[in-house]
Design a binder for this molecule. Sequence first.
Ligand SMILES: *Cc1c(COP(=O)(O)O)cnc(C)c1O
Length: 378
Amino acid sequence: MFKSELRKLHRKSLLRHLVHRSSPQGPVIIIKNRKYINFSSNDYLGLAGNPDISRAAAASLDTFGFGSGASRLLAGGTVRHSELEKALSDFKGTESALVFNSGYSANIGIIPAIAAEGDIIFSDELNHASIVDGCRLSRAKTIIYRHKDVAHLRRLIKKTEAGRKIIVTDTVFSMDGDIAPLSVLSETARGNNALLFIDDAHGTGVLGHGKGALAHFGLKSAPHIVQMGTFSKALGTFGAFLAGDKDIISWIMNTARSFMFSTALPACAVSASLEALRILRDNPHFVLRLWANREKVINGLLELGCNTFDSETPIIPVKIKTIKEALRVADSLFRKGVYAPAIRPPTVRDPRIRLTVSAAHTEKHIDNLLRALKEVMA
Ligand SMILES: *Cc1c(COP(=O)(O)O)cnc(C)c1O
């Protein structure tokens, strides 16, 4: 079964395989007994292996055990879940917040809860796969607008008569590392009586001194803005959240199927996220360090003559002409002890090496990356 399909993938250089670490996630990881400098994780602040977070999780494990046993609606949740939601609404400056099991699960639950048949969703062409899947599940008509092209969006939105209109966008685009124009998107939403749903997976802990994309643009939470973010990237833990007005949170809690029909996150994962939020709040230098490292890497790449698309964040794609060449570059880097994988279709249109920079990278890690790239691309 599927043998000929698999062969086809292999011929097109599109067959993927799993990589198994034998160390914590971090700036250096161990694969098959060898150390690699890691430019592939979303652990932007180096918190994934943070010992304070492990201790908070361990203490919670002692108190609550591992399993949560049921969905939130059936007492699967704990007082830690409620503490985390309070901490999130304080952090985000919203009335309320709700924890989801993952970013993927949040998007496929929230989008169908706010958009239904008869409604229209306007979606950026480069939105994350979980947004695409959420739009499909909603049964609303989905209209794709050109990447970050607000003029295009405005033309499309003016032409349509619909029940509800919803504009949906990543804040930081996960494969290109550029930032959605949230101020104009918010105005466009308000002016057209639409909702704006933002996915702040790569903005949380990175933009706006860690507070996220709205803070980056000096925007405040508003009734027409619904935001989700994840714990799984800069915060280094696991899970996701929705933040917004009381009514919208209450509506989603009562209708999002991925929330209602899935077992609650274990309390230890929730306690880990509470500790991660505390660390982020008390250590503003982590975010500063991340951005300083990002500057070092991008300046080095530009000096090497690399094409970094329109990256403006710690996600830095390096354009490579063909899929085969991207695989060769990634493989040669790997041999030199640098882990920076190739990203290829269908994930992206143009093949690339995708680098993600962390606050935990040292100057030496960055120098090694740039030297290896120079040798490999020569
Ligand atoms: C990673 C990611 C998600 C999914 O989050 P998980 O917690 O990993 O499920 C959703 N949206 C975007 C933009 C992402 O990059």
